[in-house]
Design a protein around this ligand. Structure first.
Ligand code: NAI
Length: 284
């Protein structure tokens, strides 16, 4: 999609009531798109849509959505198309990241991560992909994570779900791109949202690893315009990761621990994590 095509195009974003999704909705609206925000927190999706409509002067609507439920996802895309027109871009952004060691994780929380982070992306890719295939155009953006390339203690299930998103999205790109459908994978590092609250990389690496949701949002809009296959935000973290992956396995893990990365998710700020975990408990 060229920058000029962006004006008047229709973009749907999951989990966009707050965080990276909200910033992405704003960035697309500022680029001239009409935007449908879908979120489990339907009330907040509406408030966010109203705020962005007011701030940007663009058409932004807020709709209820549970990405794990196929019927809900179909209803979301149908409503978005009825109100805004045929969909051009779907951003599969909704995701959850509880922290803590795997054996202490409640099975229901494991299931919830699989439901939202995996089933949600699969549902969205299929339902939007079918619409795009019929029209011979469209763009799917899947938000994975740097954690989809590593295995972090305190984040086992989450890492597993994001590894899935990476493999799945790479395969989708190879299947759909020849048919004229864009597929972009996004690998954010540490982004300042409620999901990541209380998890902080070691002090020496913060400037390299931490960014604001607006930085990811700008990267996503640019990636859709230039039809990028994958982006890492911040790009410096992608370079750092590639460098450590040149080391043999055991040495790499020893280096990661020596650099102070070993306990980022096992020893976060508990008060901040509890606040986020309470929100997730309400979403079960
Ligand atoms: P956030 O917690 O700020 O926002 C996530 C939104 O998704 C919330 O509004 C929540 O209500 C919604 N949501 C949760 N379950 C849902 C469901 N079943 N259906 C519809 N909406 C649902 O999170 P953040 O940080 O904005 O994360 C967005 C994406 O970015 C996630 O996929 C996350 O894994 C990924 N990511 C985030 C990073 C970070 O450091 N914040 C780093 C790497 C990836």
């Amino acid at each position: 999609m060229t920058q000029a095509d962006m004006a008047g195009s229709v973009v749907a974003i999951t989990g966009a009531a707050r965080g990276i999704g909200r910033a992405t909705a704003e960035a697309f609206a500022r680029a001239g798109a009409k935007v449908a925000i879908g979120d489990l927190d339907a009330e907040r999706a509406k408030v966010t849509a109203d705020e962005l409509t007011h701030a940007v002067g663009a058409a932004v609507i807020g709709l209820p959505l549970n990405v794990a439920d196929t019927a809900s996802f179909t209803g979301f895309l149908d409503s978005a198309e009825r109100q805004l027109g045929p969909l051009n871009v779907l951003v599969n952004n909704a995701g959850i990241m509880p922290t803590g060691e795997f054996l202490a994780e409640k099975p229901a929380m494991t299931e919830l991560q699989i439901d939202v982070n995996i089933r949600g992306v699969v549902n969205g890719s299929r339902l939007a992909g079918q619409r795009f295939a019929e029209r011979g155009r469209g763009h799917i953006v899947n938000i994975a994570s740097i954690a989809g390339l590593t295995g972090e203690p305190g984040l086992a299930t989450y890492c597993g779900t994001k590894h899935f998103v990476i493999g799945f999205t790479e395969a989708l790109h190879r299947e759909l791109h020849p048919a004229g459908i864009g597929v972009t994978m996004v690998l954010p590092g540490f982004i300042n949202t409620e999901l990541a609250a209380g998890t902080r990389p070691p002090a020496w690496s913060r400037a390299l690893a931490m960014r604001e949701p607006q930085d990811v949002a700008a990267g996503i809009v640019a990636a859709v315009i230039r039809d990028a296959r994958t982006i890492t935000v911040p790009a410096t973290m992608g370079v750092l990761l590639k460098a450590t992956r040149l080391l043999p396995g055991r040495l790499r893990l020893a280096a990661v621990d020596a650099l102070g990365w070993g306990d980022v998710f096992t020893a976060p700020d508990q008060a901040q994590r509890e606040k986020y975990h309470r929100r997730l408990a309400g979403e079960q």
